[in-house]
Design a protein around this ligand. Structure first.
Ligand code: ZN
Length: 661
């Protein structure tokens, strides 16, 4: 394991909290140490309060922060004195503990202190580093885990049996630290959980963490349990035009049904995951439990093997019934849908309520696969008893979080595709749909579409909408990335400079029809199998034009193509109603912040109506300006519950046009 400490960088730190930020980020950079909010760090600092009294504060990582990107405000200052006194109590419930931590902070705006705060407080060192190192989890998840740990670390580490994080764990650690600690102690290993290192300087504490994990790595190497076969990893789901695409969309529909809500399904098919899913012992090694209880809230206790959802759901219900019967409080069962799915053909699929959730679950399981394979090589993979896992999954703090959780945005778990997405109305539609919680895919000829948003719930593809093969492969990519398609916004269109019929250039006419009309039909045709499987039923929005109802001279190709597209919308409504797919169109006019409206086009259109440019721009009865954002808001609304029982509607967004009215 590489030590990333850099003296020159560290010298730039102005105080202990800065150093704490610096070395926390170093830990966070190594995903095999901490992953997605896992792990935490602290520093004890003496400070003068508003009364001029000196007190020691424990600055501990707050919830919602990742070590990799943590900054000073990510550390919550809690009065150390109070924490040490709490540690001496015989018992403290988790909600009581959370309350004590919150009420003894000295900064009301700080994030909630970590659940492991009291544990940090009882360790008599200035700097405390805690990771969930994969190697430690690998070694402790074996039948002789404790023996291996003793062999590796001798008496340099205090060894803590598995106890669920919270007050009890802090108490056990305090007790064991008193019993096992000595002047050679540099850290503490928590079975099936992770590792602590500590020291009076940031550097030494960090160095110790790296040293201890390196010893564990060396042990695995020595036991020939480190190298993994088939270890080629492509992080991007790479197979385009995959024959399993429809199977995946159907599978996502089934998972969404089991969850009771639309889910995103991310699928990874590379040599490593496929080899793992095809291992002969896959049904044995994957069914022991998660690598650490820490993961269970996201990944569920066990991955699903194959595609038999009903079997998985009934097994989950049985597991809940069996383990919840001892609880004093009545418990609410979480949705029984799987989060991790291994299938010999699909590879690794991960489900989540959002694209981010699915991505995090994917990363967690990629690490889990390494852990399981190495544990199996060392000895055999043995997770904690399922009751321990259950207690973390149904922790009262987690249950409270669920009860508290507000209503998510309306399109959470759904996927939308927007054509002509790099500018104007299309770009605004992408933003509106992202705001409403959807994962969005944008298509455009303009390469800006790729870099427009840098987030896991957005993907952009440079693609000509008339290219059938390319469009089919984009749909395949979407299905691998997110699991299918729920909403389609047909926006791509061109408006060449006006030409009267007498002067029409026939190649221009054909091009306009190809882009504005035929590509729409083609994409609807290609997307139908996916839209049909949408958990909340598919929705299509056609960006039409005022010209459909009120054509203008000199715009025959544009007006005719939009009118024909409108007719296509009406036919699709008739054909697809039975599948619950709704299709509506909106007719904007005079939206000048779009790619179509170059100054030349505006001038030409104004001239064709015998108006000045200013007259032309304000010619609606309300004298209002229509923006891309206005049109996008309506397009998104048409996909939402307000239009749940409306299909084949045509709604103008034009400020009132005398000819349309
Ligand atoms: Zn931990």
């Amino acid at each position: 394991m590489k030590n990333l400490w850099n003296d020159a960088e560290a010298a730039k730190c102005s105080d202990d909290l800065d150093l704490r930020v610096y070395s926390s980020q170093l830990l966070g950079q190594d995903k095999s140490l901490v992953l997605h909010g896992g792990g935490n760090t602290s520093v004890k600092i003496e400070q003068e309060n508003i009364l001029g009294e000196t007190e020691t504060l424990l600055y501990i990582k707050g919830s919602g922060w990742d070590l990799e990107t943590i900054q000073r405000p990510g550390f919550a200052p809690v009065r150390l004195d109070h924490l040490v006194k709490l540690a001496a109590l015989p018992a403290l419930s988790d909600p009581q503990m959370v309350n004590e931590l919150k009420t003894h902070m000295t900064d009301a705006a700080a994030p909630a202190p970590s659940i492991e705060t009291i544990l940090h407080a009882i360790l008599p060192y200035k700097f405390v580093d805690h990771t969930h190192a994969d190697t430690i989890v690998t070694i402790t998840n074996t039948p002789n885990g404790l023996k291996h740990i003793r062999e590796i670390f001798g008496d340099e580490l205090v060894i803590i049996p598995y106890v669920m994080p919270g007050f009890d764990l802090a108490r056990v650690c305090a007790e064991e630290f008193r019993k096992q600690g000595n002047d050679r102690t540099t850290g503490m290993v928590l079975m099936n959980h992770g590792l602590f290192s500590f020291a009076d300087s940031a550097k030494e504490s960090y160095d110790r963490m790296i040293k201890l994990v390196t010893w564990a790595e060396d042990f695995l190497k020595e036991k020939k349990a480190w190298e993994l076969e088939n270890h080629k990893r492509k992080n991007k789901p790479g197979v385009s035009n995959n024959p399993v695409v429809e199977g995946l969309a159907k599978f996502r529909a089934d998972i969404s049904q089991a969850a009771g809500l639309p889910m995103i399904l991310q699928t990874q098919q590379d040599e490593n995951t496929l080899a793992f899913a095809n291992r002969k012992d896959c049904s044995v090694i994957t069914q022991q439990g998660p690598a650490t209880p820490d993961h269970v809230i996201r990944t569920k206790r066990l991955p699903m093997l194959g595609r038999d959802i009903d079997k998985y759901v009934s097994a989950y219900k049985k597991y809940f019934k069996q383990h919840s019967k001892n609880s004093k409080e009545p418990m609410t069962m979480l949705d029984p849908a799987p989060r991790i799915i291994l299938d010999p053909e699909f590879g690794l699929s991960t489900a989540g309520r959002s694209a981010k959730d699915a991505m995090i679950n994917n990363e967690l399981y990629l690490h889990t696969m390494d852990i399981i394979q190495r544990s199996t090589k060392l000895e055999s993979f043995q997770a904690l008893p399922s009751q321990d896992i259950f207690e973390v999954e149904y922790w009262d703090l987690e249950q409270a979080k669920l009860r508290k959780g507000g209503k998510p945005p309306v399109f959470t778990g759904e996927i939308a595709l927007v054509t002509g997405a790099a500018s104007g109305i299309g770009k605004a539609c992408v933003a509106a749909l992202l705001n409403k919680g959807a994962a969005v895919v944008g298509i455009d000829l303009n390469a800006d579409v790729v870099t427009m948003h840098d987030r896991v719930d957005y993907r952009g593809f440079v693609c000509d909408v008339t290219d059938e093969e390319k469009m089919a492969s984009v749909l395949a990519e979407i299905t691998l990335a997110y699991g299918g398609l729920d909403m389609l916004i047909l926006n791509a269109g061109i408006f060449p400079g006006g030409a009267n019929i007498a002067e029409m250039d026939m190649s221009e006419w054909r091009k306009v029809l190809e882009v504005n009309l035929t590509s729409g039909l083609q994409l609807m045709h290609l997307a139908y199998p996916l839209l049909k499987l949408a958990p909340n039923k598919g929705r299509v929005v056609i960006i039409g034009s005022k010209n459909v109802a009120a054509p203008g001279p000199g715009a025959s190709a544009y007006s005719a193509s939009k009118a024909a597209l409108n007719q296509l919308m009406r036919i699709a409504a008739l054909e697809w109603g039975v599948d619950g797919i709704r299709i509506n169109s909106l007719h904007p006019d005079a939206v000048f912040d779009t790619g179509i409206w170059t100054p030349e086009v505006i001038a030409a259109r104004a001239a064709s109506y015998g108006m000045t440019i200013d007259e032309y721009k304000q010619r609606n009865v309300m004298k209002v300006e229509i923006t891309s954002k206005d049109v996008a808001a309506l397009a998104a609304e048409m996909c939402g519950p307000l239009f749940a029982k409306t299909t084949a509607a045509q709604v103008p967004v034009d400020g009132g046009d005398v000819r349309v009215i």
